[in-house]
Design a protein around this ligand. Structure first.
Ligand code: NAG
Ligand code: NAG
Ligand code: NAG
Ligand code: NAG
Ligand code: NAG
Ligand code: NAG
Ligand code: NAG
Ligand code: NAG
Ligand code: NAG
Length: 583
């Protein structure tokens, strides 16, 4: 192993501090602790060094051998306080810039602190569970509410620039190294596969990524290997996905959890992202079987609206029966996202489900349950309405999964996904979404699944009950506003940082704008509102953060987050003759 001088110095410092701890002497002068800071630093061109300034005395920090975005070094326990700073190279006493605040003394090694963020832990109120979980999810520390992790990718710059420049190439990927840093923890991974993710979002200047940690070597990030980094680009509040995934969890459904991360690529800022789980192995084990490695999984189908969003006319993933010919389901509108445990991937189980729906009985709940876990369906559909999914099943027959509940199982589970266009970020008419009457909700009465379950009195009754329970006890300002306020406080500075950054994507967004209306055939007409789409593309980016959180925004394609929740729950409760609490 070949170490740089800096690295040798760090090892020496680490070794000496361990020695002091182990012989237990109370030598205050040598009782140093480690200071650790993460971040990119302004003016790197003048070769500043990084230091921690403890009680006004600078101590040099060096790049961590594990990660170049991280600086570590040793210093005494502060009496007054400390802060991180740039100092002129070679002259540790000349501070060129510094954090505009002082940190409180700490008695032991610091966390990996983020430069220029005075606070690292936030109390975000927990969302009460409205319903018990339907499945047994494995506990994991992947997402910790109230903390923001840092993710750093390093790899071949040419290849990294290339994937951003060819965003529409769905097969492009880069092999990178990845560091995940949060609190006291720093985890490194090699041979991580990094791809762009999403479909229409590939046109955005800020792109989303999917990440695959190799199975070989048995490593994982808190039990997960497939993750997504969501750009949150369409949402100037940056809150919608965080909120909706929390609500899906509190409704007992199978879903990913969500946390915020700061992302860097080759030591350059990529921005503020949402970290979510990709529904790829070992996710099914984690979500449905408490992580049991012997779990026998079924087929997982992803609904993608159409095979190719730019070649209209194909069949759509609305669960319509298209006859017995399997090739009609294989055009690309449904994708087998995960194979069953016996590797015998097949469209037959999906076709069986769809065929059942086509002729589903109105008087046989048992038969329905044999094919579909109906609580997953009814809760998901109620949430589509209450939370205003605008790119979900009822609107665009899009962004959901149906999962065969175990190897060769007859029963399916409904899983909502990709919830960025929600809570008032919309391509449909707001007045139809916010009437309080789900029958006006765009597409709701047209889709086979909703149409059919509404014919069954028990399901209709339960669905309407869930709608009201959601609007009274969960998707309601008195429950959600304190959480939204907590998240807004936590992310405000990172949103500002994100919006100051240059973007890495280079594709022209108006190509998509020009083509959107042509892809919506008769199965979607009347659901999508051309005026709302036009408004979305013409919206200035970005809207002020507080306006985006609170509303009103003056836009027909985007309400405030709190505004949508207040209006949606009020309209639903008043439709059923009830009052919203606290109003
Ligand atoms: C840090 O950067 C240097 C120079 O770019 C590189 O040689 C080294 O491998 C990097 N270290 C890590 C841990 O990425
Ligand atoms: C620290 O953060 C503030 C607020 O986001 C920003 O205005 C300032 O430029 C940052 N300072 C440094 C040295 O990064
Ligand atoms: C990842 O790290 C290993 C070990 O430091 C190094 O050999 C390899 O070149 C790195 N890979 C990339 C893509 O940077
Ligand atoms: C980076 O990738 C490009 C394109 O694949 C290749 O030509 C180049 O040699 C690579 N650079 C390094 C340092 O590996
Ligand atoms: C099934 O559909 C495909 C594509 O529409 C068609 O080419 C094929 O002939 C059909 N097969 C049968 C048995 O009808
Ligand atoms: C594969 O699965 C299909 C559909 O479930 C089934 O019809 C077929 O018999 C299975 N094949 C094997 C080899 O198990
Ligand atoms: C309901 O469906 C189940 C399963 O398909 C079947 O066994 C049962 O006979 C049906 N009951 C009635 C009353 O039709
Ligand atoms: C989009 O359509 C407008 C008006 O028809 C046209 O001026 C513009 O060049 C088109 N943009 C692209 C990227 O095709
Ligand atoms: C929400 O309700 C308020 C108060 O009635 C109203 O002023 C506002 O326009 C509504 N917003 C939407 C998007 O309907």
């Amino acid at each position: 192993m070949c170490l740089s001088d800096d690295e040798k110095l760090i090892l020496l410092l680490l070794a000496s501090s361990e020695a002091i701890i182990s012989n237990g002497e109370e030598d205050v002068d040598n009782n140093n602790i480690n200071y650790r800071v993460v971040g990119t630093f302004p003016k790197p061109e003048i070769n500043d060094a990084i230091a921690v300034v403890i009680d006004e005395t600078p101590y040099p920090l060096s790049p961590s051998p594990e990660d170049n975005l991280t600086y570590v070094g040793s210093g005494p326990i502060a009496t007054q306080g400390y802060y991180y700073a740039h100092v002129k190279e070679g002259s540790t006493n000349e501070i060129t810039s510094q954090e505009p605040f002082t940190r409180q003394p700490t008695q032991s090694d610091t966390d990996y602190e983020f430069y220029n963020r005075s606070r690292a832990y936030w109390d975000i109120p927990a969302l009460p569970n409205l319903y018990n979980p339907l499945f047994h999810r494995k506990k994991s520390d992947l997402h910790l509410d109230g903390q923001i992790a840092t993710v750093h990718f390093t790899g071949n710059s040419t290849e990294l620039i290339d994937i951003h420049g060819n965003a529409m190439n769905e097969d492009a990927f880069v092999m990178v190294n990845m560091t995940f840093i949060r609190g006291q923890e720093l985890h490194t991974f090699e041979d991580v596969k990094m791809e762009l993710s999403g479909r229409s979002s590939r046109w955005n200047p800020k792109l989303s990524y999917s990440i695959k940690i190799p199975k070989e070597g048995g490593t994982s990030l808190y039990g997960y290997r497939r993750l997504k980094l969501r750009s949150l680009f369409s949402d100037p509040s940056y809150i919608r996905e965080a909120l909706v995934y929390h609500i899906l969890r509190a409704s007992g459904l199978a879903t990913t959890d969500f946390s915020y991360v700061r992302v860097f690529i080759n030591q350059k800022s990529a921005g503020f992202f949402g970290l979510i789980e990709n529904f790829k192995n070992p996710w099914l084990n984690n979500e449905f079987a408490n992580g049991d490695p012997d779990y026998q999984q079924g087929n997982l189908y992803q609904a993608r609206l159409v095979a190719d969003i730019f070649s209209p006319g194909g069949r759509i993933s609305d669960l319509s029966y298209e006859g017995n010919n399997a090739s009609h389901y294989k055009e690309g509108q449904y994708k087998i996202k995960e194979d069953p445990s016996d590797k015998n991937r097949s469209y037959e189980p999906l076709i069986g489900l769809i065929k059942f729906l086509e002729n589903a009985p109105v008087d046989n709940i048992t038969a329905w349950e044999q094919h579909f876990n109906m609580e997953t369906v009814l809760r998901s559909m109620a949430l589509e309405v209450v939370l205003g999914f605008s790119d979900g099943y009822s609107t665009l027959a899009d962004n959901y999964y149906v999962y065969q509940n175990g190897l060769n199982a007859g029963q399916f589970i409904y899983i909502p996904s990709d919830v960025d266009l929600s809570v008032g970020s919309t391509m449909s008419k707001l007045s139809n979404m916010l009437s309080g009457d789900y029958r006006t909700y765009p597409g709701f009465l047209r889709r086979p699944l909703t149409r059919q379950f509404l014919r069954v009195p028990e399901f209709k009754e339960r669905f309407e009950e869930i709608l009201q329970q959601l609007a009274s006890h969960l998707v309601n300002p008195s429950v959600l506003n304190p959480i939204i306020d907590g998240i807004a406080d936590m992310i405000r500075q990172d949103v500002e940082w994100d919006q100051s950054l240059p973007r890495l994507g280079t594709t022209e967004i108006d190509i998509l704008a020009n083509q959107t209306s042509s892809i919506f055939d008769d199965k979607l007409s009347g659901i999508i509102d051309d005026a709302a789409i036009k408004d979305a593309f013409e919206r200035p980016q970005p809207l002020p953060f507080d306006t985006a959180v609170n509303g009103p925004t003056g836009h027909i394609s985007l309400t405030g987050v709190k505004e949508y929740i207040a209006n949606s729950s009020r309209a639903i409760l008043s439709f059923y003759g009830k009052q919203q609490e606290n109003e």
